[in-house]
Design a protein around this ligand. Structure first.
Ligand code: ADP
Ligand code: MG
Length: 652
């Protein structure tokens, strides 16, 4: 049923609804409110609290007066009172208030008092109308669509649709979940806060359950790769310049098990510097000894070249040929096609149509969160080969299993021995002279320094910019030193990075482009400007660029605001990426952590993984039980559920 069946939505308005992704009447039903206005309680004016939206009944004490502040800005002011007190109201560009709020009239207001003791733009209605005494939904809106219109549309949509119950009765009973129709009614127009919570839990459960069933189905449906026989790893281990850590050995054992079973789709999650490359190399070696080619895909050319160098050296004595395929380097394509290249290292250029493999048996994706959704889709289409995904984005295991639900997960905790944690300091502007002296000292002792800025140039808000810091460093601060600049718009990025890696530069001023793993063991100091602009996990990732050699390394976080002190101090205490990620999640909420950019899943309509962990656990348990008892969801009582899962898979 087209959305235009709703009263009040004509052709023109329909366009606005389309902007919100709403096309059918049923879309409105699952367009869940983003917030609520609680108008169930009327407070006396004396009990209003700054910053807390509330509802109150009051009498207008003076006529509304309007004044023009400047072109396009008119203020309308009045005062209202009840038996407990008086409060000022201010409206922006609201000439209608002059007639709508009459002196001596009694109205019910809803709004949020500010610190100055006034309420800006409260909503109001005469006496107790429709809205008073209820919890009202607040929807994501767009210019030209008022909450009133959205509310009325949702109301009508609820009346026009008969919600289908997809959750089987016994499951609803076991987990005390309310019926779909009750949940939908109460998510839009809750009778009270308790019923809202009941409704929400049910809908979150459903959303997470469907997602898990969908991912599980995809996992079952994934094609098997070639079956690899166990190989003698001794030559490989002998060629390695170090002994593997227990975590690395475990990861390799997991992969070997997958290989023997003929199906490997595994996520290797390990902190920056935990040694994931060696694990990937072991997997490539197994493929090689089984007569198959492997591909290792990195998100940047610089990183691909680094892998090329280190793996080329490692594999040379083992008879395994490594070739580089990037946007620029395509010479090796012939070798890839005829099988002369055993391990193709490259960027997403490896995915292009011009590259054909002789017999590809394994695809390893490094730093996979850096790849775009489209590239990942391309990767997923290639089902002939085993898949290994390596990521340093440390996310709690339960969440990893959701986000990468169609992958098995290996967690590599800890770092190879002999690493000293990077000493970290959080400093303010007054410490700058000392830090500059420290930079000089580091360089004088033969070390190298990164200076990381949050933005490229001044055009992007007031944050510290790489261009600006570079200019200043070259002209003033470090004019006797060799300073380079590297950011997303730098033309000769690779040569700058190479020059730094080879020691040709003392200082590299950069943006987060350096976040992804290039190894410069000689870099022992990292200075981050405007550190509060970064998430903790990102700072951790950045910090991983130093502390890669034997010398002690330092990380200095400049903060511009006092308020960031507590958050940043987590970096002083913690060196474990997982602990930092959990802290980040707690302090900042899931925001960009679970933005679709990161994981490529559709955004949640209602679930919030950082808040809904207990529902997540319940739904996980329920999903496992369902998969065990009725893997294809073929039983009649699961028909509706099956249809919902199929619809989700189609969307995925
Ligand atoms: P990441 O997991 O971040 O990709 P790398 O694979 O780049 O980490 O490894 C980081 C550094 O640690 C490299 O210089 C690598 O040679 C070294 N390394 C890896 N494994 C070990 C080990 N078991 N013992 C000592 N050093 C190791
Ligand atoms: Mg790496």
């Amino acid at each position: 049923m087209d959305i235009q069946y709703i009263k009040g939505i004509g052709e023109k308005r329909a366009g606005l609804f389309h902007k919100l992704g709403l096309f059918a009447v049923s879309d409105l039903v699952t367009f869940y409110p983003r917030a609520y206005e609680d108008r169930t309680k009327l407070l006396p004016i004396a009990e209003l609290v700054p910053g807390e939206a509330a509802c109150f009944r009051a009498i207008v004490s003076s006529p509304v007066t309007g004044s023009r502040i400047r072109q396009g800005l008119e203020l309308y002011k009045t005062k209202v009172f009840d038996e407990t007190g008086e409060i000022r109201l201010t409206f922006f560009n609201a000439p209608y208030t002059v007639n709508a709020l009459r002196q001596g009239g009694e109205y019910v207001f809803y709004g949020k008092p500010d610190d100055a003791g006034q309420i800006v733009n409260p909503v109001f209605e005469r006496e107790e109308g429709n809205a008073t005494g209820r919890i009202l939904p607040v929807y994501r809106a767009t210019a030209g669509l008022s909450q009133g219109t959205l509310r009325s549309a949702a109301r009508q949509a609820l009346a026009k649709t008969e919600p289908k119950e997809v959750l089987p009765d016994d499951l609803r009973q076991r987990y005390t979940l309310c019926h779909a129709s009750f949940a939908l009614e109460n998510i839009h127009y809750p009778q009270n806060a308790e019923l809202l919570a009941v409704a929400r839990r049910r809908l979150v459960f459903e959303e997470l359950l469907l997602l898990q069933l969908g991912l599980a189905a995809r996992r079952v449906g994934r094609a098997a790769g070639p079956s690899f026989a166990p190989v003698d790893m001794a030559p490989f281990y002998k060629a390695l310049p170090f002994t593997l850590t227990d975590a690395q050995k475990q990861a390799i054992a997991d992969i070997q098990k997958d290989f023997s079973a003929g199906s490997c789709s595994r996520l290797i999650q390990g902190d920056v510097g935990s040694g994931k490359t060696a694990v990937a190399a072991a997997a490539a070696y197994i493929a090689f000894r089984n007569g198959f080619q492997a591909a290792l895909m990195a998100p940047t050319e610089i990183l691909a070249e680094q892998h090329m160098r280190s793996l080329g050296k490692l594999f040379a004595p083992l008879g395994l040929t490594v070739g580089l395929v990037t946007g620029r380097k395509k010479k090796e394509i012939a070798g890839v096609a005829d099988g002369g290249v055993h391990l193709a290292v490259g960027t997403h250029a490896l995915l292009s149509e011009t590259v054909t493999f002789h017999n590809l048996g394994l695809v390893v994706t490094d730093e996979q969160h850096r790849f775009g959704v489209e590239q990942r889709k391309k990767l997923a289409r290639d089902t002939q080969a085993h898949k290994l995904v390596m990521s340093a984005t440390p996310i709690p295991r339960t969440l990893a299993q959701i986000l990468y639900g169609d992958l098995d997960v290996t967690l590599m905790r800890g770092l190879p021995p002999g690493r000293t944690p990077v000493k970290t300091y959080v400093v303010g502007e007054q410490t700058r002279p000392r830090i500059e002296a420290f930079v000089r000292k580091t360089v004088a002792e033969g070390g190298q320094v990164y200076i990381v800025c949050p933005v490229i140039d001044e055009s992007e808000s007031g944050a510290a910019s790489a261009e600006e810091f570079y200019e200043k460093a070259v002209r003033v601060t470090y004019k006797d030193l060799r300073v380079g600049l590297l950011h997303g718009k730098t033309k000769n990025r690779d040569s700058v990075m190479r020059s730094f890696a080879e020691g040709g530069l003392n200082i590299l001023v950069a943006t987060t482009v350096i976040e992804v793993g290039v190894d410069v063991p000689n870099a022992t100091l990292m200075v981050v400007e405007n550190a509060e602009r970064f998430g903790l996990s990102q700072l951790h990732q950045l910090r991983g660029r130093v502390g890669r050699g034997s010398r002690e390394s330092h990380c200095v976080l400049f903060r511009q605001s006092e308020s960031a002190k507590e958050r940043l101090s987590v970096m002083k205490r913690e060196s474990d990426g997982f602990a930092i990620a959990e802290e980040d999640l707690r302090l900042r909420g899931p925001g960009d952590f679970f933005g679709s950019r990161q994981h490529g899943l559709p955004e949640f309509k209602i679930a919030n993984l950082s808040e809904d962990l207990s529902v997540l656990q319940d739904s996980r348990e329920a999903a496992s039980a369902l998969i065990r008892d009725d893997p294809a969801l073929a039983r009649p009582e699961h028909a509706a559920l099956r249809a919902a899962v199929d619809a989700l898979i189609a969307r995925l």
